[in-house]
Unconditional design. Structure first.
Ligand code: GAL
Length: 706
């Protein structure tokens, strides 16, 4: 895997199949156009059947076969699934949840990452693998562990974890009085006399102190990063020139992925669009009844509408997030090729969906997409999970689609592989804010739903989006025209100063600046350090049932200044803007604002400010629905001088190099809104179809090798 290249891959588990099939498997992968194979991440019991036994021969034979077939390998370290003998050695290695329930053997992720014996054994097995296979000619990359935090395991409440948590708190606060003050422990007599008295936040009759919850989150986030770093170091020493990555999980905010990825060469993530839709709905799970397509159908039918293709912005958001985590480099280590097994319901994808998802990842800059998995395994927990091959070894529908992508890839011109230029719009994503929202939900929408809603509005406006963390070393705003911070609870003074001096426009969502780093309200009221820049003070807030809509009307009568009612797409398929001249509504959350130095652009029915502006900065005082967000985003883009060309509803567009890529998430064929020379696909673009255009005339052909 390299920047500027793109390969197709597959996840292959030779230890689960007779060796007699391996050679044929590899040959068939090659025939299909697959060039990268991901393996090893669950094979601990086969590599090390007992503490003092090691059998790397079978893996060497598998890697040799891959090499003979000109296949490159991503080798995973197996720490997510420790073998039974390790539990015999350390009966206390089991993960404990908040209620005290102790995990059991017979699955994966049952070990507590704070257990020193388990952590050491993980480093040892990683080192052994790296020594033996680090320089194997087939191995191009190493994956550390598998999906930290998967199955809700980012934290453990074990005795070991408690001990380390106390040590972490002692280092952070030094003095127990400082901790008591920071947490506000004079409330309900919660003061501690010694760090030794502190427990991880467990079930309590009246909830935990948000500051306690937040510090536990921070502790665990740092812990996972250290756990990962130890394996990274062990592997790097013996794997010269190989890319080191971790495969993050979609819809997961349990730890700071930016921080963990700082130790890696590239980020990866695992993409299951239909599983995500079934689990989270169309918008990230806020249940506000909006499809997230800007139509304002007023009915939560996204699950049905996108049943076989996934929600339009779920995969794209994660591609952009992990491109940011990998500092420009990312890949998809697992791509759903058929039905999965783990959601409440598991539909078959639309014919063509696996191809569609692959090209979308490519358009967002992925270096590889690997399908999970090669052949459906007719045993154990994932026996209902589709692969490229059926259990009877015949091709499942995903196989033909992978082969089609491989053929299409061979025909792409070199310019298709150029990296995208920095986007004029940056979206600030902050893991700490996700934890703060969970520590203090107060009836608000889930953090990820908030981020996704803003992201989707930008994408509906036809924008490419770069996601950035708020940290100073990563978020240089000078090249941006518009910075969007959907949920940034505790911006630092430095963040605000950098933003102000960058001279770009900025759009903030409700609750930005509403907490201190200790998870307390700022005494001078929200938005804290943003108060001067935004020219407003949040006097009080309320949260409301998601179904309760608070209409918002623009003061100047038009949300985006172009007379279309603010975000209406004019395609007549269910858009209700003709009946209701209000540009949208808020739900879940509302703030009462003193706009002492800000202009009210749009107001709630009682006249209170809903959308406010001071200079280049905009603020939204409620959780906006898609229609209101579309109007606000259009307004902010116009103010920032960013030219927009709004694609048809349910079409998403992404620029990569010279090319424009169109993805039709709609149920009907649709024409692109921009003309150009067709490089891939056809017009009209069928449902689940892809189109690549060169809008500005031809340049060179031929492509870099993979
Ligand atoms: C992923 C995981 C894989 C497999 C897959 C099934 O989350 O990394 O090992 O379990 O889900 O969809």
């Amino acid at each position: 895997m390299q920047p500027g290249h793109f390969t197709l891959g597959v996840c292959w588990y030779p230890e689960q199949w007779p060796e007699s099939r391996w050679r044929r498997d590899a040959a068939r992968m090659r025939e299909m156009g697959i060039t990268t194979v991901r393996l090893g991440e669950f094979a601990w019991s086969r590599l090390q059947p007992a503490r003092r036994q090691w059998d790397g021969d079978w893996l060497r034979r598998a890697l040799d076969i891959l090499h003979e077939n000109d296949l490159r390998a991503i080798l995973g370290t197996p720490s997510a699934a420790p073998p039974r003998w390790l539990l015999d050695e350390f009966p206390d290695l089991l993960r404990v949840d908040a209620d005290g329930a102790v995990s059991a053997f017979g699955s994966r992720r049952f070990a507590c990452l704070a257990h020193p014996g388990y952590a050491r054994a993980c480093v040892t097995v990683a080192r052994k693998m790296a020594r033996e296979f680090g320089a194997h000619p087939a191995v191009c990359a190493w994956q550390i562990d598998n999906e930290y935090g998967c199955h809700d395991t980012a934290q453990s409440w074990s005795a070991r974890a408690a001990r380390l948590f106390r040590r972490w708190l002692r280092l952070k606060y030094r003095d127990i009085g400082a901790l008591n003050r920071a947490w506000g422990n004079a409330f309900w007599s919660m003061e501690y006399a010694d760090f030794a008295q502190i427990e991880p936040p467990r079930a309590t009759p009246a909830g935990n102190n948000p500051a306690h919850l937040l510090d536990f989150h921070r502790f665990w986030s740092a812990r996972i990063t250290v756990f990962n770093r130890r394996q990274v170091n062990a592997v790097r020493r013996h794997a010269p020139g190989r890319t080191v990555l971790h495969d993050f999980m979609g819809f997961s905010t349990g730890f700071d992925h930016f921080a963990l990825a700082a130790d890696l060469d590239s980020a990866a993530w695992n993409s299951y669009p239909l599983g995500f839709l079934a689990r989270h709905g169309g918008d990230g799970g806020d249940g506000d009844g909006d499809d997230g397509d800007g139509h304002g159908d007023g009915e939560n039918n996204a699950r049905q509408k996108y049943l076989r293709l996934g929600a339009p912005d779920h995969a794209a958001f994660h591609h952009d997030l992990y491109r940011a985590c990998g500092r420009g480099r990312f890949c998809v280590t697992e791509q759903q090729p058929g039905a999965v097994n783990w959601a409440a319901y598991n539909p078959q994808p639309l014919p063509g969906a696996a191809r569609f998802w692959t090209w979308e990842a490519f358009a967002h800059g992925a270096e590889m997409v690997a399908y999970f998995r090669w052949r459906q395994l007719p045993r154990a927990q994932e026996q209902m999970h589709a692969g490229l091959l059926r259990p009877d070894d015949r091709p499942a529908p995903g196989a033909a689609e992978a082969a089609q992508v491989a053929r299409e890839l061979a025909g792409l011109p070199a310019e298709a592989f150029a990296p995208a230029a920095a986007a004029p719009v940056a979206l600030v994503f902050d893991y700490e804010s996700c934890w703060m929202r969970d520590a203090l939900p107060h009836g608000d929408a889930p953090a990820l739903a908030v981020y996704l809603a803003f992201y989707a509005a930008l994408r509906r406006a036809g924008m490419d989006v770069d996601i950035v963390p708020p940290a100073a070393d990563r978020a240089d705003f000078t090249a941006r025209r518009l910075v969007v911070a959907p949920l940034l609870f505790a911006p630092t003074d430095d963040f605000v100063a950098r933003l102000r001096s960058a001279g770009c426009a900025a759009l903030f969502g409700a609750r930005c600046g509403s907490l201190t780093a200790e998870c307390a309200l700022p005494e001078d009221l929200p938005p804290g350090p943003l108060r001067a820049a935004l020219g407003l003070t949040v006097l009080r807030v309320e949260s409301l049932p998601p179904s309760f809509k608070m209409p918002v009307a623009w003061r100047d009568g038009d949300g985006d200044g172009d007379g279309d009612g603010g975000g209406g797409d004019g395609d007549g398929d269910g858009d209700s803007s003709g009946e209701n001249h209000a540009p949208g509504a808020a739900s879940h959350w509302r703030e009462v604002i003193d706009a002492h130095d800000a202009q009210i652009l749009a107001a709630f029915e009682d006249g209170g400010g809903a959308v406010l502006q001071r200079g280049d900065f905009f603020y939204l005082a409620g959780r906006a629905d898609a229609r209101l967000l579309d109007a606000v985003v259009a307004r902010a883009l116009r103010h920032a001088g960013v030219a927009t060309a709004r694609p048809p509803a349910e079409m998403r567009v992404r620029r990569r190099g010279e090319l424009l890529w169109f993805f039709n998430y709609g149920a009907r064929p649709a024409e692109p809104h921009i003309n150009g020379e067709i490089i891939l696909g056809e017009t009209p673009i069928p449902p689940g179809g892809v189109l690549a255009l060169r809008p500005n005339g031809p340049s060179g052909t031929g492509r870099p090798g993979t």
